[in-house]
Write a protein of this length. Structure first.
Length: 115
């Protein structure tokens, strides 16, 4: 993941409402949830919600698909994993010069999600 993409993702999550929306979608799993359900659950007006969903979609953090007249929103776990990997990519390198895998003290994000 490039720095610009990471900055867009973190910027999108840097708002309380968008963070709450994203966390709700992570809990919803791959099936996702409708825009109306998100608004009802979080008590966010639909006009405001649309703006926040657009920001998350633009950053690639969510996927949206039409189902009849409804829009189903779901978390984009691939981008989420890339953001986490971006943060931990060089974890602890400055401490001893060895990467976390060489020291055996830290696991990569993919190892944590596979466990």
């Amino acid at each position: 993941m490039q720095e610009r993409q990471a900055a867009m993702g973190f910027s999108a999550l840097g708002n309380e409402t968008r963070l709450a929306i994203f966390r709700l979608l992570v809990r919803a799993g791959d099936a996702g949830t409708t825009t109306g359900q998100i608004g009802s659950t979080l008590a966010v007006p639909l006009s405001t919600l649309a703006h926040h969903l657009d920001s998350l979609a633009h950053a690639g953090l969510i996927k949206q698909r039409k189902l009849g007249r409804q829009v189903i929103n779901s978390a984009n776990y691939q981008v989420l994993t890339q953001l986490m990997d971006y943060l931990t990519e060089n974890c602890c390198e400055d401490q001893s010069g060895a990467s976390p895998g060489e020291r055996g003290s830290a696991k990569s994000t993919s190892e944590l999600t596979d466990a």
